[in-house]
Design a protein around this ligand. Structure first.
Ligand code: TXA
Ligand code: MG
Length: 350
């Protein structure tokens, strides 16, 4: 299949988005930007089209897809009426980097929900994503645009390597804004359970006066025994082939000292904050930004690069687990396959 490539980096050309929406209507796959990461989308009401998403990604069939909508009429068509807490979340965080698990109506094919009674719903704030749904006039099922297990696609040069020839159209609007996937939540007995942390933080939800619990799989290792609420948490994800390790202390100088100590023993690549770059005396280093927002923005494209360095070990500077730090820790723990040192607690997961 020849993939049509549409460049929207400099202007949002609505005619071109309308052309891409015809592919969705015709049961084909379209890669499109959202504010979090790129998605690989199909008509969520067309089961055959959605099956092709799983094929293109090599995705496990028990891992459900998120359905993207652009208005609340679409919501009523695909899910049962939300309760009071769910409604409050929807009114506050839609549109945005937020996915809520709701009870699915029968119009949503089993392939999309992976046989669950629920479906994840998200209303993106990205204008191109919105227009694509508006022109297609159907909800769009879309997981992140990456081969399963790889870091989510945040820019088209990474995505092209994996999906050129496998999808009908790619809409390119350059690098995405946030860089980490949406926060996924489920309301259980009036409490919000965060299944996947993201830009909408625990603290943001608590500020609505709602109680929030963090699913234990977010910072813990899935033990293979219990049923997981979010099937995606079971799988190997984000990890490069090179062994990665996260090292953290609240005391930045202590962290740098310990990282230098480990790094001098083997051929190491260090992924560090810009301000610490000159404090590491080794050959291979990558800057990841200074703030949590900057790190979120850059981290997936950095993780995709590390294998090229041909080193024995990658060390990533860690961060606190509050705010956006919870989402970063969640992704980086997986990238490091739980190989982490918290110097303040001297806790070594591995
Ligand atoms: O930011 C995002 O959410 C991106 C963009 C494209 O919207 N999408 C995305 O989708 O990250 P995906 O498929 O890569 O991740 C969806 C996550 C998976 O971990 C999946 O297991 C979980 O959401 N999920 C989907 N439906 C669910 C359901 N009904 N119950 C529990 N977890 C669900
Ligand atoms: Mg994904």
């Amino acid at each position: 299949m020849k993939t049509r490539y549409i460049d929207l980096k400099n202007e949002i050309n609505e005619e071109k988005i309308e052309e891409a929406s015809k592919d969705i209507i015709n049961g084909k796959l379209v890669i499109f930007p959202t504010e979090t990461v790129y998605g690989i989308g199909a008509n969520a009401l067309n089961e055959e089209a959605c099956k092709n998403i799983f094929k293109a990604k090599g995705r496990a069939v028990d891992n459900p897809l998120i359905v993207h909508i652009n208005d609340l009429n679409m919501l009523n068509y695909i899910v049962e009426e939300p309760n009071e807490v769910e409604e409050k979340l929807i009114n506050t965080f839609f549109p945005g980097p937020f996915t809520i698990i709701l009870k699915a109506k029968n119009v949503i094919p089993k392939t999309v929900t992976a046989g669950l009674k629920t479906v994840g719903i998200r209303m993106p704030s990205n204008k191109i994503a919105n227009k694509l749904i508006e022109y297609a006039k159907v909800p769009i099922a879309a997981p992140s645009a990456n081969i399963s297990g790889r870091p989510s696609g945040t820019n088209i040069s990474d995505i092209k390597k994996e999906f050129d020839g496998k999808v009908s159209t790619i809409l390119d609007s350059g690098m995405v804004d946030i860089g980490l996937e949406s926060t996924v939540v489920q309301v259980i007995k009036d409490k919000v359970r965060i299944l996947r942390p993201g830009k909408i933080t625990k603290e943001n939800i608590e500020s609505l006066g709602i109680e929030v619990e963090i699913d234990k799989n977010i910072l813990g290792k899935y033990d293979g025994k219990e049923k997981v609420l979010s099937p995606g948490m079971k799988y190997r994800h984000y990890a490069p082939n090179t062994k990665c390790m996260m090292v953290y202390s609240k005391d930045e100088e202590k962290m740098i000292f310990e990282i230098n100590k480990i790094a001098c023993k083997q051929k190491t690549l260090i992924i560090c904050r810009d301000r610490n770059y000159n404090k590491y005396n080794i050959q291979y280093k990558i800057k990841m930004g200074n703030t949590l927002e900057e790190i979120a923005h850059n981290i997936f494209s950095i993780l995709r690069k590390v294998d090229k360095y041909n080193v024995d070990l990658v060390i990533i500077e860690g961060m606190e687990t509050t705010g956006l730090g919870l989402a970063l820790n969640n992704r980086l723990l997986r990238a490091c396959e739980y190989n982490c040192i918290d110097l303040d607690r001297m806790q070594i997961y591995s």
